[in-house]
Design a protein around this ligand. Structure first.
Ligand code: BGC
Length: 807
């Protein structure tokens, strides 16, 4: 396709000008252009709703019936009447087919030079049959397609270009699970901002990130894409990423629309099998799976994606209770709800729709605005509207949400603002972006074990053996969903170590074994190499394609013969450091018991090797913490720190308690755990009061001292327990954390403020309340290593509106 021409752009200007003058007329007169039904601000619709529930909770989704009422976007209209008039004036010009076109997301195809759009695809744009594209990017290509949309389609409505920009566009940052291990939301926000900057320069305006699914099951391959098991940490990270992608002004050409996905409980897939049914109680849904979505929405996420799961019998692509009732109703959110890839069509396979017309009807009525690639809306909705099976008002609401997003992104002002070859060159993989990727990579590393201070190693070491199949795997360092990341941009672990050691150091390399399969032929050579070395760095784990979408594993140990390799190398008696590369917690009890030093380095992106070398040689003191519990064996799954007490908590001395007869019930490594080259001492937590009323806040202070000899980072963690409540409550729940850097001998007082929001939970009647009684505060270095204090809440049971976990 070629098209940018003066003629084309003047034609575009004419069309936009025509729309704009209608819009201005509407603004000036306060009345609709001829034929517009859309300008009456209070026009009722049949299905979107205002909350009808308990106002204290602000939460209307508990009922099973779909909620009905007047259109909720009245508040949005008040918020930006100019935008609403503009959107309505555009809507008034649209045919039913053009409206459905806006709800249709198409995809390009891959070629050796990147994505492309076929002639047929361009013809669809021209015909107004597509509103957005998935995976079409590049300043030139997006500019070219935008020209077709604005100059050659009847109304000239610009396209949206969406892409999975998950942990970087070209400058790849650590995978999201690793980012969460940094416990540094500011750094994570910066990473998302950089990803947005690079993506936006390539014409992308909409990312399908952050993935905010809570995951308690490491078999599930997509655990790598989220922030782990904890709803509080997940909420903080969700909000940070939304802020990073979207900035403060979506019309800024360096910010893009964020998507919280996959709504909701997609991470609860049974058996850890992707796309599977989720079976969670209403309480667990509210307390564990929903909070990160709430946080993303409160941070302004412009879009949410439906999950492939079915929940309590209702597939999420047809779940009006949670989409229209909760998201749009109780939470008052009015962004674009996008389907997942062919998710609308899959309602047929879920067997809740007999055919594609019923599937489309179910989805659009539930509030799914955009159909990703299945084409089902395009084929079915026009007829459904004409035959009065679908209300046109429902269609209009969905179209409005898409047009609003285009408006907010500034596309009606300048459809080409995101497609800049100059910015593409200037802002991609810059030294500054690489430096940010390096810093976050360092912060994401978790030191799991360091017996006898084996680490850090000396750079002047004589001979260093670097063993293992992943040591020079540049592709795996990128992790799954690496957008435009390229293996050639990566500093591998082997390369990072080579660059770091002294000129006199010799590095010996042996692969040892293949990553998977039963090949052991290289182990003897690895042992020979280890014997000649002063220390061995053994890089083990999973390759990139072993986690991510549809990459579930029934076993979560080291794949292939890597454990045999580790045992053989350890048997040489040389000092061994294991560097783990993985996208899920790996159950590696043998390593934990026998290998003196273990570094969890996940997939750290383009600067992986530099970051690992910085840690192994002590240029950086690791301070990351586990965002997820590491099991000893897959049979412990699900295992998570914020579990209930049960009536028979595990006890070594009592047979009839909740445990196993073959392995301990405890994890290999607990949530929040991570060691350091220095040591930190915690003082007793001090409370501003020992008795509060539910409306009061309480300040917890603790003094943390670096009692070792190196500068180091500590993540100070605060957990709470409701000691006795009307329903069973977790043994503890994270309610605050702070990553701080302390010089040797330095002490810092860290304080956390606890409010009713931190104390509240859903009682037996599913009201969010604070109940009087005692609470225990735990402060410390990990979920299982804390000091505690106690306070009492006095007064009555007090309802607390659900404003989310993150203030
Ligand atoms: C995934 C989504 C992703 C979409 C588009 C789907 O298979 O589940 O997370 O955004 O593809 O690539």
């Amino acid at each position: 396709m070629t098209s940018p021409s003066h003629h084309a752009s003047s034609a575009r200007r004419r069309r936009i000008a025509a729309i704009a003058s209608l819009c201005l007329a509407a603004i000036a007169t306060g009345c609709a252009p001829a034929g517009s039904a859309a300008l009456s601000a209070s026009r009722p619709t049949t299905r979107v709703s205002t909350s009808s529930a308990d106002s204290a909770n602000g939460d209307s989704f508990a009922g099973s019936a779909p909620v009905t009422g007047t259109e909720r976007s009245t508040s949005l209209r008040a918020a930006n009447p100019e935008m609403e008039r503009f959107v309505d004036s555009v809507l008034a010009l649209m045919t039913i087919e053009e409206k459905v076109g806006q709800l249709t997301q198409s995809t390009g195809s891959a070629s050796s030079t990147g994505p492309r759009v076929s002639e047929a695809g361009a013809a669809e744009i021209r015909a107004g049959k597509v509103g957005s594209f998935l995976g079409v990017y590049g300043a030139e290509l997006t500019r070219e397609m935008q020209h077709v949309a604005v100059d050659e389609s009847r109304l000239g409505i610009p396209l949206l270009f969406a892409h999975d920009v998950i942990h970087g566009f070209r400058t790849i940052f650590p995978v999201p699970l690793a980012e969460a291990a940094s416990f540094d939301p500011d750094a994570v926000e910066r990473a998302a901002r950089i990803a947005a900057t690079e993506a936006a320069a390539h014409g992308v305006q909409w990312t399908f990130a952050p993935m905010v699914d809570i995951a308690r099951d490491p078999r599930w391959g997509r655990i790598v894409e989220g922030s782990g098991e904890d709803p509080y940490l997940g909420s903080v990270m969700a909000a940070a990423k939304v802020r990073g992608f979207q900035g403060t002004d979506l019309a800024d050409s360096l910010t893009i629309l964020a998507t919280a996905k996959h709504f909701v409980a997609y991470g609860a897939a049974e058996g850890g099998r992707d796309y599977n049914t989720a079976e969670v109680s209403e309480r667990t849904l509210r307390e564990i799976y929903l909070p990160p979505f709430h946080a993303a929405v409160r941070a302004g996420a412009g879009s949410v994606m439906a999950g492939f799961d079915d929940l309590d019998g209702v597939p999420m692509h047809g779940n009006e209770r949670l989409i229209d009732g909760l998201l749009r109703g109780a939470w008052g959110w009015d962004g674009i709800l996008v389907s997942d890839y062919t998710g609308v069509m899959e309602l047929i396979r879920h067997r809740v729709a007999a055919d594609s017309a019923s599937a489309a009807l179910l989805a659009v009525n539930a509030g799914v605005d955009v159909d990703m690639v299945s084409g089902i809306y395009l084929h079915e909705i026009p007829r459904l509207v004409r035959e009065h099976q679908l209300s046109e008002a429902v269609l209009d609401s969905a179209v409005r949400r898409v047009l609003r997003a285009k408006y907010r992104l500034g596309l009606f002002q300048d459809p080409y603002r995101y497609s800049s070859t100059a910015r593409e060159k200037a802002l991609t993989l810059t030294p500054g972006h690489r430096a940010a990727a390096l810093q976050l990579a360092r912060e994401s590393i978790v030191l799991l074990r360091n017996e006898d201070h084996l680490l850090p190693l000396r750079k002047e070491i004589g001979v260093l053996a670097v063993v293992g199949p992943l040591a020079d795997d540049s592709s795996s360092a990128l992790g799954s969903w690496a957008a435009e990341g390229r293996a050639e941009d990566v500093v591998t672990v082997a390369e990072g170590l080579r660059r770091a050691v002294s000129p006199a150091t010799r590095i010996l390399r042996a692969r040892g074994t293949s990553l998977d399969g039963s090949d052991t032929s290289g182990i003897a050579e690895a042992v020979r190499v280890a014997r000649r070395a002063d220390a061995v760095v053994l890089v083990l784990g999973e390759e990139r394609d072993m986690s991510g979408e549809a990459r579930n594993r029934a076993s979560i140990g080291l794949p292939g013969e890597q454990l045999r390799l580790a045992k053989a190398v350890q048997a040489t008696g040389k000092p061994v450091v294991v560097v783990l590369m993985n996208g899920r917690p790996l159950a590696t009890p043998w390593l934990a018991e026998h290998v003196p030093a273990i570094v969890e380095s996940w997939y750290l992106g383009v600067e992986m090797g530099t970051a690992v070398a910085d840690v192994l040689f002590g240029d950086y003191n690791p301070g990351g913490k586990l965002p997820v519990t590491v099991p000893r064996a897959v049979g412990q799954v699900p295992i998570y720190y914020n579990h209930k007490s049960t009536g028979r908590p595990p006890s070594d001395s009592d047979r009839y308690t909740s445990k196993y007869i073959d392995i301990p019930w405890t994890p290999l490594y607990p949530f929040g755990y991570g060691s350091s080259y220095t040591t930190f001492e915690y003082g007793e937590p001090r409370l501003s009061a020992t008795e509060i009323r539910p409306s009061d806040s309480l300040v917890v202070t603790v003094s943390v001292t670096n009692s070792g000899e190196r500068e180091g980072d500590e993540v100070v963690q605060l957990y709470l327990r409701d000691d006795v409540a009307s329903v069973t409550r977790p043994v503890k729940e994270l309610r605050g954390f702070r990553r701080i850097t302390l010089q040797p001998g330095e002490a810092r007082t860290v304080s956390f403020t606890i409010t009713a929001n931190d104390l509240a939970f859903y009682d037996r009647a599913m009201r969010r309340v604070v109940e009087p009684g005692t609470f225990t505060v735990y402060v410390g270095t990990s979920s299982d290593s804390t000091r505690d204090a106690r306070f009492r809440v006095v007064g009555d049971v007090t309802p607390v509106p659900d404003t989310g976990m993150v203030r």
